[in-house]
Every structure is written in structure tokens, then in C-alpha cells.
Design a protein around this ligand. Structure first.
Ligand code: M6R
Length: 598
């Protein structure tokens, strides 16, 4: 959700904070602000809109210093405007805070603080934290923060500075926070991308830990004030991985990275005719697998169910994490819960693994050191590299690749023979993905005819039904065109009523046993005047040619791997439609990359 960054050192702080905010902008981009300890006074500047607006506002302003905090916001409480943006200050402008998360009891705290005489000026949940700290402040910021957060219910990643102390205090519960250790300088941030160009040495802060940063030192304590021994880790990403490398948008760059990123997911995990995963689970003892996730990761989970059941024969069910956590799910001791998350910070997915206390948990996660990655019993990292575009692309294909590996691993550990045809095809899949990317011009040309459409249906069957869902999600989130995904055969149970000459229907049709049935669905659409865009490995089939307004041909592969192929043109199509509409592809309205609030 929101992005936070703080710096303390010898360098001029404003450029470092602005640079950090730009890297964090994918987490939220409706307003931003900065607060600097400047000549023993806190100087604050906030601006509605993107970081560039704040940067422009800073021109000609005398805000200088070597200690500061900054925030880019994704509004939860209170509209995006200057008053509601962070940093928030106490009544005397001596304490400033930035916050990521939600203070659930802010109403009751507000009443108490106002009764105490505090003047709360914004409509946010966050501002009360500055006033609570003010209430407890007695010349020791760390102590005041510890006292204040004892009253807070909800989630927070917080960074706090104060006019009279040369330090930054940071604390977390439920929202990500890392500290970066440089030479005579320290950083605090929501994630590594903001500090990567200054240092690769980081500490991942755990819930209920508080950090005090001075320019030469850091200490991490628990909330009883006892020092905690924290491991300093090395970030493996490089700066060029978080830059656009000549692409117009991060999303396009990440679409093009998929062949490579899948190779990275597979690397070292298929050796000597064996699947090598460090997942020490005996599948003979697994009763049932439950996969939980949100958004695009939930679509991968649906494909995962299909793969695991087909390849290993183990019963698998899939749940939205947001539903799972509140419905008292039946979890047996010998069940396995799999959480899939690109960011490893999605609040609902994290909550889902926390309620599965009695069974083993496995995380399929991209961001190394993220909270989900640290809380599960076993993990499969995607190694997809940083995904910055809000619309998830390479994480999806890497998640599906990891799920194929895991399904094969289960089969192998059950003592069943592996399908080497499938494994060899998996090794070759990157080349096939690149062959689709080579035809992006054609997909761009088709997309130019679609940019004014109002409604889309995406239809697929079997393992490609979740791909239809993913195609629809990609289109709606970045182009704001209404789109729905359905299993093709479900169309006649309702959605067919929507079809007229204004409806575009995207079919995913692969050769195989249900080919004819999907072609029949195409006929039903055609008969009602709908326009058809067909993604197919049978572009020369006479019926396909007759029924389709546009055909995007894809290479043939085995059914299990077809989602990896079919999703690529759908991602490109969404991208080109949104770009043709002139929309901000990497920062679609109302969305944030990492949803760390409920
Ligand atoms: O980081 P996660 O994979 O847990 O995120 C889950 C969803 O928030 C995410 O996939 C979201 O739906 C994307 N915007 C889809 O493109």
C-alpha cells in the first residue's frame, strides 16, 4: 500500500528521499510528503498527486538537512489531499510520523486525545499516532513510541522523527519494514527497492520490533526494551533490475522478462532427471492441500489445483485468502496450506497462514525476506526479480512454473514415474514465450481496434479457465474496460444474454479433447453478433478462421503448460489497449502493488 522511506547520515536528505519515493511509488501514488529536520526545526511539505508534483513543489524551497522521512500514499481513510497526506505532525510540530497500515481503533483514540486537548486536523487514521507519541514524549522518542503503540490496534509500519533528537525510530506490526545499513548512514523503508542504490546490507524488521537509527548505529529491540539479535542480510537484486531498461513501462519490461524469469524459477531445480526442491514434506502423509492467495496469485492457485490433482493425485482446494481467513475453515493437522504471493506482504494471505497453525505451510513467494516468506514452514522462491508494474505479469508465469515443479515433486516423492515429456517441454517453454513476444507488433495492431470497446468476455476451459480470469483482470485493472472471465461452457447459463454487436469475446482455444466444444461456444457468440478474438494453437483451422474477427496464434505445447503460453498475448493485449488509451499503465487508478491492508 503506502511506501515509506527515512534517511539519517551526512548527505543532503531531500534527493535521497525523493529518489526513494519514486522507487516506492508503485505502492501508492495519490499524494506524497516529506519532513526534514532542518536547522533544528521540522520542515514539512506535502502534495496531492504523484511524486513529480512534490518534487516540483520543492523547487526553490529551502528544505535542507541530513535527517528526514517521506511517504507516498494510497488512501484508506480520508481522501487524497494535502492535509491527509503524510508526514503527520503533533500539535507543536515537534514530532513527525509516516505510517503504512491501518489504525483500527483511531476513532476511540481520537476522542481520548481530543479530550486531552490535542488538535487533530486530518481525516486519517494515521495522524493520531503523532499525537499519541506527543502525549508520552518526555525527552526520549524511543520510549514515547513504545508507550504509544501499546494503545494502537491494527497494522503499522511507522517511522518517526523529532525536533530535539538526531535519530529515526521505526517500528512495525503487520506492515513491512526494512532497515538499510550504509557507511555512516542508515535507511528505513517499506522495501528494498528504495535503498538498493545506496546499500545492499539490510535487516528485515519483525512484528513488534522497534529500531533506533542514528547515522553511525542502529539497534533493534522488542517492545520490552530488550535488544534483539537481528541478522544482516544481503539483497541479491541489482539496480538495473528495478529500472525500465529502455522500455516505456515496467509492465512491458516485465512481460518481456518472462522467458528469463521462468528460467530463473526453474534454475537448479531440475537436475539428474529429478525435481530438487527444499520442501521436506512427505506427500504420503498429506490429507489435502489448501491453496490460498489473492488477485493474480489466486489465478495461479486455480491452475495449481489443476496441476497438483492431475500430476500427483492429491486433493487440492483453493480459497481467496480474504474469505478463508474469516470462515472458520476446516484445517486438519495433516493438511498442507500453500500461500502464493508475489510481494509476500498481502495482508489477507498473511492472515490466512497465521490461522493455519495446526498444519504445515508452504509459501510460493517472489520477494525474498518478505513476511510470508519468513512465516511459512517451507518456501519456494520465484526468483523472478523485482516486479514493479502494478499489474502482475512475470510473477504469474513464475508462480505457475513453481507450481508445476511442486506438482512434479509431489509425484516424485510419492514414488510415481515422472513425465519427462512434460519436463522437457517445460525446459523449452522460454523459447516458445519469446516466439510470441516476437509477434508483439501484430498484437499491438489488433489492440488498436479494441481500445474503444466497453465490455469484454474472456472464455477458456479446464486449466485455461483461470487464464481467462487473468486476462480479464489484466484488462480491467489497467485499461478500466469492463471484462469478465468465465469457463466457456458457463456462457449459456447467463453471460450469453450480454452478447450483442458491442461485445468483444476473447476465446482461448487449444487443440485437444474440448476443442470442438469451445468452437461451438464461438458459434453461439457469432450467431449473436459478438466479435471474437481467438488465442489458439490452431490458427489454420477452417472454423476458427471463419468465426474469428482476430486470431492470435500461439505455439503448441502440452496442456499443463498451456497457461504459460496463452497468458502472454492476453498480457500484451491489455498493455497495448491501455497504452493506446493513454493511461498510466504502471500506476492504474485506485490500485497499489502490495495490498498490506484488509
Ligand atoms: O503480492 P501478491 O501476489 O500477494 O498480490 C496479490 C494481488 O494483490 C495482486 O495479484 C493483484 O491482483 C495485481 N494487481 C494483479 O495484477
Amino acid at each position: 500500500m503506502c511506501g515509506i522511506i527515512g534517511y539519517i547520515g551526512n548527505k543532503e536528505v531531500v534527493p535521497i528521499l525523493i529518489n526513494g519515493l519514486k522507487r516506492l511509488e508503485y505502492r501508492g501514488y495519490d499524494s506524497a510528503g516529506i519532513c526534514v529536520l532542518c536547522k533544528n526545526k521540522l520542515q514539512t511539505l506535502k502534495k496531492k498527486g504523484q511524486i513529480i508534483e512534490l518534487e516540483n513543489e520543492l523547487i526553490g524551497k529551502e528544505i535542507v538537512g541530513t535527517i528526514g522521512i517521506a511517504h507516498t500514499r494510497w488512501a484508506t481513510h480520508g481522501e487524497p489531499n494535502e492535509i491527509n497526506s503524510h508526514p503527520h505532525l503533533d500539535c507543536k510540530n515537534k514530532i513527525a510520523i509516516i505510517h503504512n497500515g491501518i489504525i483500527e481503533n483511531h476513532f476511540s483514540l481520537k476522542k481520548i486525545l481530543e479530550a486531552d486537548g490535542h488538535k487533530i486536523i486530518s481525516n486519517t487514521d494515521s495522524e493520531i499516532v503523532a499525537h499519541l507519541i506527543e502525549k508520552f514524549y518526555n525527552e526520549n522518542l524511543e520510549e514515547a513510541v513504545i508507550k504509544a503503540i501499546k494503545y494502537i490496534e491494527g497494522t503499522f509500519g511507522l517511522a518517526v522523527i523529532c525536533e530535539t533528537e538526531e535519530k529515526i525510530i521505526a517500528v512495525r506490526r503487520g506492515s513491512p519494514l526494512i532497515i538499510g545499513i550504509g557507511d555512516n548512514e542508515m535507511f528505513v523503508s517499506s522495501d528494498a527497492s528504495a535503498i538498493l542504490e545506496y546499500t545492499k546490507k539490510v535487516i528485515y524488521i519483525n512484528d513488534n520490533e522497534i529500531v533506533t537509527l542514528t547515522k553511525n548505529n542502529y539497534n533493534v529491540k522488542n517492545l520490552d526494551g530488550n535488544l534483539v539479535n537481528s541478522e544482516v542480510q544481503e539483497i541479491k537484486w541489482n539496480l538495473n533490475e528495478i529500472e525500465k531498461a529502455g522500455f516505456k513501462h515496467f509492465m512491458l519490461k516485465e512481460i518481456y522478462e518472462q522467458a528469463k524469469s521462468i528460467e530463473n524459477t526453474l534454475r537448479g531445480r531440475i537436475r539428474e532427471n529429478k525435481i530438487k526442491l527444499s520442501v521436506d514434506i512427505d506427500p504420503k502423509l498429506i490429507n489435502k492441500i489448501i491453496i490460498t492467495a489473492c488477485g493474480t496469485s489466486w489465478h495461479s492457485a486455480l491452475i495449481g489445483k489443476y496441476l497438483i490433482e492431475k500430476i500427483s493425485g492429491i486433493e487440492t482446494c483453493v480459497d481467496y485468502a480474504s474469505e478463508f481467513r474469516y470462515r472458520n475453515p476446516i484445517i486438519k493437522n495433516n493438511d498442507l496450506l500453500i500461500a502464493i504471493s508475489q510481494s509476500g506482504e498481502t495482508a489477507d494471505t498473511l492472515a490466512a497462514i497465521r490461522i493455519a497453525k495446526n498444519c504445515k505451510t508452504l509459501g510460493i513467494v517472489n520477494v525474498v525476506g518478505s513476511t510470508i516468506a519468513r512465516e511459512v514452514d517451507f518456501g519456494i522462491y520465484l526468483h523472478a526479480g523485482p516486479e514493479i508494474g502494478v499489474a502482475s505479469t512475470k510473477a504469474f508465469t513464475c508462480q505457475v512454473s513453481a507450481l508445476i515443479l511442486f506438482a512434479l515433486h509431489l509425484r516424485q516423492e510419492l514414488g510415481l514415474e515422472l513425465d519427462f515429456g512434460l519436463i522437457n517441454e517445460l525446459i523449452l517453454i522460454s523459447g516458445k514465450i519469446n516466439s510470441i513476444l516476437d509477434k508483439a507488433d501484430k498484437i499491438q495492431e489488433i489492440s488498436s481496434h479494441l481500445k474503444d470497446a466497453q465490455n469484454f468476455l474472456y472464455l477458456g476451459r479446464g486449466i485455461n479457465f483461470p487464464v481467462a480470469l487473468e486476462g480479464a483482470l489484466k484488462l480491467k485493472e489497467i485499461s478500466y474496460i469492463h471484462a469478465e472471465g468465465y469457463p466457456a461452457a458457463e456462457m449459456k447459463h447467463g453471460p450469453i444474454a450480454l452478447i450483442d454487436e458491442n461485445m468483444f469475446v476473447v476465446f482461448i482455444v487449444n487443440r485437444g479433447e474440448i476443442f470442438e466444444k469451445v468452437v461451438s461456444n464461438m458459434q453461439e457468440v457469432k450467431a449473436r453478433g459478438g466479435s471474437i478474438i481467438t488465442i489458439t494453437d490452431c490458427p489454420d483451422d477452417e472454423m476458427i478462421k471463419k468465426l474469428s474477427n482476430f486470431i492470435i496464434s500461439v505455439p503448441n505445447t502440452c496442456e499443463e503448460l498451456s497457461p504459460l503460453i496463452n497468458v502472454i498475448p492476453l498480457q500484451l493485449m491489455s498493455y497495448f489497449v491501455a497504452d493506446a488509451k493513454g493511461l498510466n499503465v504502471d500506476k492504474p487508478r485506485n490500485l497499489a502493488k502490495s495490498v498490506t491492508v484488509e
